[in-house]
Design a binder for this molecule. Structure first.
Ligand code: HEC
Ligand code: HEC
Ligand code: HEC
Ligand code: HEC
Ligand code: HEC
Ligand code: HEC
Length: 229
């Protein structure tokens, strides 16, 4: 049993080394390159999740403004200028306006500012611990752009997945519903019934289930012990 467990860890770690090195940046930066595949004068715009999630919860943007999948939103400058997508906020009221001076703020290859990043609490692997930052009140991202809308209360239901070769895996609804709405996960990613979504660790390693977010915007899958405690 011990040897089998060791092998699983070894195999999964090597898959992960290639997987996470290629796809995870601590900040969840997304390069939007639908219209920039062939290069061009401007670099493609880079959307920094970290900078926005300090100010807004995930549910402000997903799914109302952006589908939660890279390349699935057909964003053009025309639409932005008409107040869609980035233009919902970058209108001169909620955030700075899109004009000719602003092109390089989005169309940029600039890296995140490490000075700001140092101020955040870190998890066991050195990635930003966003849950602590939120719970401690260090950041207070908005729940909604509509001052009249009711905000959802976090949902306290912990689910446990019995481990065989690993400690049990936990899924805390609480930490997730601090950031997300029910419809970010139900029912596109998970059915609303424990054990019914046909979830496996292989499925997670290949980018499904938990890995729809973990390894892209939330902490990566190679942090086994943050889920398997
Ligand atoms: C200010 C708006 C905004 C906020 C807030 C936001 N996102 Fe996003 N998200 C985006 C944009 C823009 C994209 C890129 C969409 C595209 O490529 O068409 C994206 C893409 C994603 C993707 C797809 C990544 C991929 O590689 O396919 C995931 C997953 C995601 N976001 C999760 C989250 C989570 C989790 C949070 C909260 C912690 C969050 N987002 C907060 C705007 C936002
Ligand atoms: C929900 C509102 C919202 C949406 C949607 C949004 N932003 Fe922002 N964005 C902000 C706010 C607020 C700031 C901070 C403005 C300030 O400091 O004055 C900001 C700042 C930025 C910055 C500056 C980051 C830095 O390091 O200084 C960039 C770049 C940016 N946004 C790009 C984008 C792009 C690209 C999109 C669309 C894909 C987008 N934003 C969509 C609200 C939004
Ligand atoms: C708030 C962020 C932001 C700012 C500011 C911005 N862009 Fe964009 N731009 C985007 C996003 C997001 C896309 C979609 C990229 C994709 O999906 O390939 C885009 C796409 C484009 C495209 C290709 C699609 C199209 O509409 O033709 C061009 C060209 C472009 N931008 C030029 C500019 C110029 C010129 C400026 C300054 C006047 C500018 N952008 C300012 C975010 C921004
Ligand atoms: C984002 C959370 C998360 C992370 C990170 C994670 N897992 Fe899992 N893992 C799960 C969940 C949920 C299950 C239960 C899936 C199921 O029902 O089989 C699981 C199941 C497993 C199983 C099958 C059950 C068992 O104990 O034999 C193995 C093996 C496993 N994970 C190994 C790993 C390893 C190795 C890592 C780190 C490289 C890892 N996991 C990282 C969530 C995670
Ligand atoms: C980050 C993703 C995520 C979010 C957000 C989320 N859930 Fe879940 N939910 C899950 C997962 C994962 C399961 C278990 C699915 C499985 O095991 O097949 C689950 C299961 C459930 C179950 C079934 C529990 C049981 O014992 O059978 C209920 C009820 C539920 N969720 C309600 C909610 C509600 C209400 C919200 C919003 C307040 C919510 N969920 C938000 C991921 C999420
Ligand atoms: C829709 C996006 C999304 C999905 C799907 C998702 N998570 Fe998360 N998860 C997050 C975000 C956002 C956080 C906050 C921490 C971060 O961003 O690194 C988080 C945090 C966590 C934490 C840390 C809680 C804490 O108190 O620090 C655990 C454990 C976790 N997720 C497990 C899971 C497991 C297990 C699954 C799959 C069953 C899963 N997550 C699916 C977005 C997601």
């Amino acid at each position: 049993m011990k040897i089998k467990a060791f092998l699983i860890i070894l195999i999964s770690s090597s898959i992960l080394l290639t997987l996470s090195a290629a796809s995870y940046s601590i900040m969840g930066d997304i390069v939007l390159d639908r219209y920039f595949k062939g290069g061009g004068k401007l670099p493609p715009p880079k959307f920094p999740h970290w900078f926005h999630r300090i100010r807004f919860k995930c549910k402000v943007c997903h799914p109302a403004i952006f589908k939660m999948k890279k390349g699935e939103n057909d964003i053009t400058m025309d639409k932005i200028m008409k107040g869609e997508f980035c233009g919902k906020c970058h209108d001169g009221t909620i955030a700075w306006q899109v004009n000719f001076d602003a092109c390089p703020r989005c169309h940029s290859t600039r890296e995140a500012d490490t000075k700001t990043i140092k101020e955040f609490p870190k998890d066991n692997m050195g990635n930003i611990d966003w849950v602590s930052a939120l719970v401690s009140g260090q950041i207070s991202p908005k729940d909604t752009l509509d001052p009249k809308a009711k905000t959802g209360t976090p949902f306290r239901l912990n689910l446990l997945y019995k481990g065989k070769n690993m400690p049990d895996a936990t899924f805390p609804h609480y930490a997730h519903t601090l950031w997300l709405d029910c419809n970010n996960c139900h029912i596109d990613i998970f059915l609303m019934k424990a054990g019914q979504s046909k979830m496996t660790m292989e499925g997670i390693f290949s980018g499904g289930f938990c890995a729809v977010c973990h390894g892209k915007v939330a902490f990566p899958i190679d942090n086994c012990t943050r889920c398997h405690k």
